[in-house]
Design a protein around this ligand. Structure first.
Ligand SMILES: Nc1ncnc2c1ncn2[C@@H]1O[C@H](COP(=O)(O)OP(=O)(O)O)[C@@H](O)[C@H]1O
Ligand SMILES: [Mg+2]
Length: 238
């Protein structure tokens, strides 16, 4: 069983710069998978390849057993919360979600939108303009948008960046609940403490390469490796 997310020797360069360099990843269904690495390590580039936004220069990716070039299937099983997303500030949260529900041809859109807003704790703000939302509310709305198609695999690229502690806690609780409900979560972060308390498995990426993978305890046992110790030091300096 290849796992629900599988990448073999994927690479991506921007000009001369190798952003991702022969990366292998295997994520089991139902995992809360941490993708940990310092800024510039190649996390966003990897997520963009895994979610079909960028084509790798080489290597193969399968999601839910389908090659990543099978865009239609991939789009039907994944949800993505990208690193940053623009919103139309004049739109209400409800209108925003309704737009995506229409794209995904959801049957009873009004009901689906109501449910999504309730799931992310925005039930009482659905009718107001997104421009009036706090950062945390916008992030939860982004999460609701990623959930429109009831994905089995959810990718999040540093989803708590710039949120206050309450906002971080809200997003993480929501993700825990989704994971308990069976959703596979792929969670990228540059903060060790964040993935340490959330994730069942952690992959450490540095300079586009996989530095280590395992449970937190397994990673801690490997810190006699000088490389990994240096990476860990960098990841806790925030
Ligand atoms: N669009 C781009 N053009 C050129 N270089 C890029 C681009 N996106 C990322 N890079 C470079 O690729 C490397 C990996 O970046 P990225 O995947 O964004 O890392 P991370 O998300 O871990 O911070 C960095 O050196 C970054 O400067
Ligand atoms: Mg990034």
């Amino acid at each position: 069983m290849a796992g629900v997310i599988s990448a073999r020797a994927i690479s991506k360069s921007y000009g001369d710069r190798k952003a991702v360099d022969g990366l292998d990843l295997a994520v089991e269904g139902g995992a809360f998978f941490g993708f940990l690495g310092p800024n510039g390590a190649g996390k966003t580039t990897t997520i963009r390849m895994l979610t079909g936004v960028l084509r790798p220069d080489s290597g193969t990716i399968t999601i839910d057993g389908h090659d990543s070039r099978d865009r239609q299937h991939i789009a039907s099983v994944i949800g993505v919360v990208p690193e940053s997303r623009g919103f139309y500030d004049w739109m209400s949260g409800e209108e925003y979600l309704d737009f995506f529900a229409a794209l995904y041809r959801i049957g009873d859109r009004a009901r689906a939108v109501r449910q999504l807003l309730a799931d992310v704790g925005l039930a009482d703000r659905g009718g107001t303009a997104i421009g009036t939302y706090s950062r945390g509310m916008k992030q939860r709305l982004g999460l609701a948008r990623a959930l429109v198609n009831s994905p089995r695999v959810l990718f999040l690229d540093e989803p708590t960046l710039g949120l206050d502690p309450q906002g971080q806690e809200d997003v993480q609780q929501l993700l825990k609940r989704l994971n308990e409900g069976g959703v596979t979560v792929f969670y990228s972060s540059h903060l060790l403490h964040e993935v340490a308390h959330l994730c069942s498995v952690i992959a450490v990426i540095n300079r586009g390469r996989l530095a280590a993978v395992g449970t937190l305890a397994e990673l801690q046992r490997q810190t006699d490796s000088e490389d990994l110790r240096d990476i860990f030091m960098a990841l806790t300096n925030d």
